[in-house]
Design a protein around this ligand. Structure first.
Ligand code: ADP
Length: 373
């Protein structure tokens, strides 16, 4: 079975073809959206045709927001499209490109089943006391609550950790740290998400490349009175002009920030301190939420590659029974899908580093959804 995975985002369109029998990724491409979304999407069938990859048995689409409507990958029908459209107000930048991708793929491959795989789905198991915001009921009725994102990645990490430790997910309390340009932490108990740091939108939680993560909502009125900023302007700045980039003044690339920090740059050092401290706070919180922790897993560009950030995050966590091994940590250099452990032999908490595989997970979800047909 050959599966095409389309990830149509707000700034780029990624697509890959997987052969599910061999597990091989036969093709992958990414189009930066310099042109219109329609133009970018229209190149998918053309490019696949040109490369002799045009025959596909099913298409999996990454959809950012499924609201409370979707807790699993779902075969796309007219009703499902209406439901994804109903979630557009929750993700105005992200769901419309996914819907456009679905339309293009339905036209190009009319006989192939299409599946929607939601970034929010894995978090639908979060209990009400953890997803409920303490706000007026009228607001909650229109969808204000925590949904969480990076669900496909956190779910993959849970499965990969269970496989690596040869222990069923049901027996593990995992804190999954996805540290990329976007970043989130997820508490996984009994192999399901019980809490995560992103909220109704992908703005809450950790400090990210250009996103602030947690801030006091009181800043909206204050910034309006100080600078006359509208809520939209504040939100835009919290998405695009904050985070590591704002703190360091060096842009959002952690490699540059680490280099300057090592040379004594104060802003770069503070950026790293704020970044690390926020992750540590979430690890503490999620350890309490799960009555303990068995595994901390690092993934995403920073989690996979930055020995410094992993070391700083794990420093001082001995009280949890975490005995970190600096040498093992420094030697990590991922080349494939291995998942090295970087704790000392005496450690009660295991610490794993591994690459996330969101496209592959979407292909797997698409396969299992379509083989039920
Ligand atoms: P996205 O969320 O866009 O998929 P990635 O998961 O690729 O992003 O992560 C991008 C981040 O990873 C960037 O901040 C980049 O600086 C960081 N990164 C990549 N390699 C390293 C490295 N060797 N050391 C520190 N940070 C790294």
């Amino acid at each position: 079975m050959r599966i095409l995975v389309i990830n149509a985002g707000s700034s780029s369109v990624k697509f890959s073809v997987f052969d599910m029998t061999t597990g091989e990724q036969c093709f992958k491409s990414e189009i930066e959206r310099v042109s219109s979304l329609e133009d970018a999407l229209a190149t998918i069938p053309k490019e696949l045709e040109k490369k002799g990859q045009g025959e596909v048995d099913a298409v999996g689409h990454r959809v950012a927001h499924g609201g409370s409507l979707f807790s699993n990958a779902t075969l796309i029908s007219r009703d499902v499209i209406d439901d994804i459209e109903a979630c557009v107000p929750l993700a105005p930048l992200h769901n419309p490109p996914a819907l456009a991708g679905i339309r293009v793929a339905q036209k190009a491959w009319p006989d192939a089943p299409q599946v929607a795989v939601f970034d929010t789905a894995f978090h639908q198991t979060i209990p009400d006391f953890a997803y409920t915001y303490a706000v007026p009921e009228e607001w909650r009725k229109v969808g204000l609550r925590r949904y969480g994102f990076h669900g496909t990645s956190h779910c993959y990490i849970m499965q990969r950790v269970a496989e690596e430790l040869k222990t069923p997910g049901e027996k593990l309390r995992i804190i999954s740290c996805h540290l990329g340009n976007g970043a989130s932490v997820c508490a996984i108990r009994n192999s399901v998400s019980i809490d995560t740091s992103m909220g109704m939108t992908a703005l809450e939680g950790l400090v990210m490349g250009t996103r602030s993560g947690d801030v006091d909502p009181g800043i909206f009125a204050y910034l309006n009175s100080k600078f006359g900023l509208s809520p939209q302007q504040v939100e835009d700045a919290l998405y695009h002009k904050s985070g590591l980039a704002a703190l360091s003044g060096l842009g959002n690339d952690m490699r540059d920030i680490e280099k300057k920090a090592a040379g004594g740059n104060k802003k770069a050092n503070l950026a790293i301190e704020v970044y690390v401290y926020r992750i540590k706070k979430y690890i503490g919180a999620y350890t309490a939420a799960m009555d303990g922790v068995d595994v901390i897993a690092f993934t995403g560009g920073i989690g996979e590659n930055s020995a410094l950030i992993r070391s700083r995050v794990c420093a001082g966590l001995d009280f949890l029974g975490l005995d970190f091994d600096e040498d093992k940590n420094a030697k990590v250099k991922l080349t494939g899908y291995e998942a090295p452990q970087i704790q000392a032999a005496s450690s009660k908490v295991r610490v794993l580093v591994t690459q996330t595989r969101e496209q592959w997970m979407i292909a797997k979800d698409t396969e299992s959804t379509t083989t039920l047909l």
